[in-house]
Design a protein around this ligand. Structure first.
Ligand code: UD1
Length: 421
């Protein structure tokens, strides 16, 4: 348990490195289950969720080592694994469910504890299971565990009712070793899906169309281990963009990919934040008060739901009224009560938040409810008078490497303390 202590400071200045994408690396790590041998992933962030995925792979009998330079992972999958994801680990990280597809693909069986809800509401996996069933998997449920079997996976067409990121990934990883051709229609188009497909193709898979709504996979007999560099984390990049929007200043996000964030950058431009891609990343600058905009979260290429908490923090301090509509996770407004404790003027109506910008927030003790909301509360503290203490830092540490240190390196007054708040 730790807490962030945040005080308003000067304008931000300097450059900050953007780490590997959490939502990509977790799936790439799961995909290593598909091939025997030693895989190497580069640009792997030091975050708690990666540690949980390491624990999960190790619990299955896979060997995982950090490279001596700290930047990568060497993952050795032996001929045998225990194809099981136990409750203690799935409960710590819901994304553990992405081992289901590769385990079925490589071993024809899996036992995976059912993921529960999380801090922003219930998270069904019906689309994952329906898609895998269409490929020939059979499921039974007992004692909170999914028992999955597939004598043989056969390629087929799967039309997803919603472009779910996790379901698309599970299907993709099951389909690469299936017999025949699988077509995933209404597939999720997130950059992390394209990264997973690039990794699989490098391993010898035949995947076409990842990053579009139709992904075609021609099954192969065998895959081989390879080396792969994880794409930069667009949500971490968005968080630092929001930091400069709130505190003002001029920063360079080293390694950030603006082409993964087009819609967000357009919205931030409307708010008055200036950004421009450079050879080495993304430059951003902001001076004066931002203007309010309306925002709706949508599957990629829309504005990601993961950006929303930091956008709401920005809108809390912007000039005007912004209406934020959440279209993916209905309960993802829980942190708003914490922002209101800091003096934000936000009203929730169903899946809409009406955010009336105030000139200054007021520092207060608040609690991080999840990864992105916790980061948003830290940023709100940069635009608040006095001291803000954000408790339950472990949520933020699930997805951000050295968040306080990176903010400090561009001039923010943020520290992470492990002593009781
Ligand atoms: C991933 C990301 C998460 C991000 C989300 C949407 C990871 C580890 N997490 O989560 O950070 O917020 O994408 O961009 O990559 N749904 C169903 N049935 C299913 C699956 C999903 O109804 O079987 C619904 C969900 O309830 C939600 C929507 O589909 O309303 C989107 O979920 P999905 O895209 O699957 O998100 P995740 O993969 O869980």
């Amino acid at each position: 348990m730790g807490h962030y202590v945040v005080r308003p400071g000067p304008r931000l200045e300097g450059s900050v490195p953007i780490g590997g994408a959490k939502n990509s690396v977790l799936k790439l790590m799961a995909a290593t289950l598909l091939a025997e041998g030693t895989h190497r992933l580069r640009n792997v962030p030091h975050i708690a969720d990666v540690e949980i995925m390491c624990d999960l792979l190790v619990s299955m009998g896979v060997d995982v080592k950090r490279d001596p330079d700290g930047a990568g992972l060497s993952i050795t999958r032996f001929s045998d694994v225990t194809p099981e994801a136990p409750y203690e680990l799935v409960e710590r990280m819901r994304a553990s469910i992405v081992v289901l597809g590769p385990l079925l693909g490589a071993f024809g069986q899996a036992r995976v504890s059912m993921p529960g809800g999380d801090d922003f509401g219930s998270r069904p996996i019906d689309l994952h299971l329906q898609g895998l069933e269409a490929l020939g998997a059979e499921f039974s449920f007992a004692h909170g565990t999914i028992e999955a079997r597939a004598a043989e996976l056969l390629g087929t067409r799967v039309l997803l009712e919603f472009p779910s990121v996790g379901a698309t990934e599970n299907l993709l990883m099951a389909a690469v070793l299936a017999k025949g051709t699988t077509v995933i229609d209404n597939a999720a188009r997130e950059p992390e899906i394209a990264d997973l497909a690039a990794f699989l193709n490098r391993m010898g898979a035949r995947v076409v169309g990842a990053g579009t709504s139709t992904i075609e996979v021609e099954g192969v007999h065998e895959l081989s281990p390879v080396e792969h560099e994880v794409i930069p984390d667009r949500v971490e990049a968005a968080t630092f963009l929001a930091a400069v929007g709130i505190a003002g200043g001029e920063i360079l996000l080293e390694g950030a990919r603006s082409d993964h964030m087009d819609m967000l950058l357009q919205k931030l431009g409307e708010m008055g934040l200036r950004t421009s891609p450079t050879g080495s990343g993304l430059w951003a600058s902001s001076s004066g008060r931002l203007s309010s905009v309306d925002v709706s979260t949508l599957p990629y290429p829309g504005v990601a739901t993961d950006y929303k908490p930091v956008l709401v923090a920005m809108l809390s301090l912007a000039d005007g009224v912004g209406i934020v509509t959440e279209n993916l996770f209905a309960d993802r407004f829980r942190y708003v009560a914490e922002l209101v404790r800091m003096g934000a003027d936000i009203r929730i109506q169903g899946h809409h938040a009406v955010v009336r910008g105030v000139e200054r927030l007021s520092g207060a003790p608040v609690k991080a409810p999840d990864i992105r909301a916790g980061a948003a509360l830290v940023l709100a503290g940069l635009g608040a008078e006095g001291e803000t203490v954000v408790t339950d830092s472990e949520h933020v540490e699930r997805g951000y490497e050295d968040f306080a240190g990176k903010l400090r390196s561009i001039g923010a007054d943020v520290t992470l303390s492990r002593t009781p708040a």
